[in-house]
Design a binder for this molecule. Structure first.
Ligand code: FES
Ligand SMILES: [Fe+2]
Length: 414
C-alpha cells in the first residue's frame, strides 16, 4: 500500500478517523508492518508443550504457526504451511508428534521444520523404467517449513517472521520488561485452562481497551460495585520509549466503601451482593511487590493480565478488519498449593467471553466497530488528561492510547 497522506488528515493523533478500524488496505498493511515485520508476537506458554514432541497450533497475525518442543527440549515455531503446495497440515490445537506429515502428498518434516522426505522423490519404477521423480538438483535442505525466530522469557514464548527483528528484551524495553518479569519471574507455570471468543471488532480496539485505565471504574458494574478497580485508586501508567507497549499498574484501596467516584456512576449497584464471597477471597502474593493489578499490553498481539490472584495471557489474533479472535490462557505457578489454584480459577470467572467484567468489554468494542463501520469519517476523541504522551501517576488519562497511535502513525507512515 502506498500510504495516502490524506488518510489521517490534519487532525491530531488524539482524533483518529473511524476508518482505521475498517479499511481493508490499512488492515493488510498493519499485518505486514506490525505482525510480520519488526515485531515479536506471542505464541504461547512453555507449559503448554511441557514434554518433548508436544506442539500447540497458534497464530502470528493471520498466519497459522506451530509451537513445538523437540526431543532435546528446544522450542521451535514453524509456519503451518506445507512447503509443497501450501496445505495448513496441522489441524489439532494441541498434540504430540515425532514428525509432521502433510496429508496431501506426504511431505514429511522434522519438528524443527526441516524437510525429511517426500513421496516419489525418485519416481516410481514400472517395467524397469522410472516414472516421474523430482529434478536431480532438488535438495531437501532448501524446502523446509518457514522457521520463525523464537524468544523465550520466564515461560512465555514469542516468535517473529522477521530474521532481523531486534532482541526481545530491546523490543519490550526496560520499563515494561520490569512488569513482564514480575509475572514471568522464573517459577515454572501451570496451565489452568482457556477461554476463546471471536469478537466482531478491529484488533486495535482491544489494545485500546487495555490502555484505557479509567473505563473500568465506569463501565464495569462488577469492578465498581465490589471495589476491585476504581478511578481513585493509586495508579501509574507506564510506557516503553516508543509508546507501543504499556502497563497499567494499580493498588486496590483497602477499604472499598462507596465514595465520590461511585456517586453518579450508573454502573454502581449498592444493593448488589455476591452469592459466593469466595470470589473476593484475595490473597496477596509476595511477588506482587505492592500493586494488586498490573495490566500489560505488548504491542501488537498480547495482553498480560494480573488482576489480584488471576493470571492470564490474552492473545489478539486478527481475522479481518472488523474481526479478531481473542484467546485467554489462564495460568498459575507449578508450586501453587491446591487452594491457590482453586482461587485463581474462581477469580478467572471475572474474565473471558462471559466474564463478570470482560463480557462488558467485548460488547462495547463491538458497538464501536458498528458505529465506525457505518461512518468511517467520524473521529474518536482520546483527550482525557490532555493531548500529550507521558508516563502518568494516575488513572484518569488516555495517554497510553495516544502513545499507541503516535507509534502506529510512525510505522504506518499515515
Ligand atoms: S501440499 Fe503438502 S505434501 Fe503436497
Ligand atoms: Fe474493561
Amino acid at each position: 500500500m502506498t500510504p495516502d497522506p490524506a488518510f489521517w488528515g490534519d487532525a491530531p493523533t488524539s482524533r483518529a478517523p473511524g476508518r482505521i478500524y475498517t479499511d481493508e488496505a490499512v488492515y493488510r498493511e498493519e499485518l505486514q508492518r506490525f505482525f510480520y515485520r519488526g515485531h515479536w508476537c506471542y505464541v504461547g506458554l512453555e507449559c503448554e508443550i511441557a514434554e518433548p514432541g508436544q506442539f500447540k497450533r497458534s497464530v502470528v497475525g493471520e498466519r497459522s504457526v506451530i509451537m513445538v518442543r523437540d526431543k532435546d527440549g528446544a522450542i521451535h515455531v514453524v509456519e503451518n504451511r506445507c512447503a509443497h503446495r501450501g496445505v495448513a497440515f496441522c489441524r489439532e490445537r494441541h498434540g504430540s508428534a515425532k514428525s509432521f506429515v502433510c496429508p496431501y502428498h506426504q511431505w514429511t518434516y522434522k519438528l524443527d521444520g526441516s524437510l525429511l522426505g517426500l513421496a516419489f522423490r525418485h519416481g516410481v519404477k514400472r517395467d524397469g523404467e522410472v516414472q516421474g521423480g523430482m529434478p536431480p538438483d532438488f535438495r531437501l535442505a532448501d524446502h523446509g517449513l518457514t522457521k520463525l525466530k523464537v524468544a523465550r522469557r520466564g515461560g512465555a514464548v514469542f516468535a517473529s517472521f522477521d530474521p532481523e527483528v531486534e532482541p526481545f528484551e530491546d523490543y519490550v524495553g526496560p520499563e515494561i520488561l520490569h512488569y513482564f518479569d514480575r509475572v514471568f519471574h522464573g517459577r515454572p507455570l501451570r496451565l489452568l485452562g482457556y477461554h476463546r471468543q471471536r469478537i466482531p471488532a478491529n484488533w486495535k480496539l482491544m489494545q485500546e481497551n487495555i490502555k484505557d485505565p479509567y473505563h473500568p471504574g465506569l463501565l464495569h458494574t462488577w469492578f465498581v460495585t465490589f471495589g476491585l478497580w476504581r478511578a481513585d485508586q493509586q495508579a501509574q501508567m507506564v510506557m516503553d520509549a516508543r509508546h507501543r507497549h504499556a502497563a497499567m499498574v494499580s493498588r486496590r484501596a483497602e477499604a472499598a466503601a462507596p465514595s465520590e467516584v461511585t456517586q453518579g456512576v450508573t454502573s454502581f449497584r449498592a444493593s448488589m451482593k455476591l452469592n459466593d464471597e469466595r470470589l473476593l477471597d484475595v490473597v496477596p502474593e509476595p511477588w506482587w511487590k505492592g500493586p494488586t493489578v498490573v495490566m500489560t499490553t505488548l504491542f501488537p498481539s498480547l495482553i498480560v493480565q494480573q488482576q489480584v490472584n488471576s493470571l492470564s495471557t490474552r492473545h489478539i489474533q486478527p481475522v479481518a478488519p472488523g474481526v479478531f479472535d481473542f484467546v485467554w490462557t489462564h495460568f498459575g505457578y507449578a508450586d501453587d498449593d491446591e487452594a491457590m489454584t482453586r482461587r485463581r480459577l474462581r477469580q478467572a470467572n471475572l474474565f473471558g467471553p462471559a466474564g463478570f467484567v470482560s463480557a462488558d468489554d467485548g460488547e462495547v468494542i463491538e458497538f464501536v466497530q458498528q458505529a465506525y463501520a457505518a461512518n468511517g469519517d467520524a473521529r474518536t476523541i482520546s483527550e482525557q488528561d490532555g493531548s500529550g504522551v507521558q508516563a502518568t501517576p494516575h488513572m484518569v488519562t488516555e495517554t497510553l492510547i495516544r502513545g499507541m497511535y503516535r507509534y502506529w502513525r510512525e510505522v504506518m507512515g499515515l
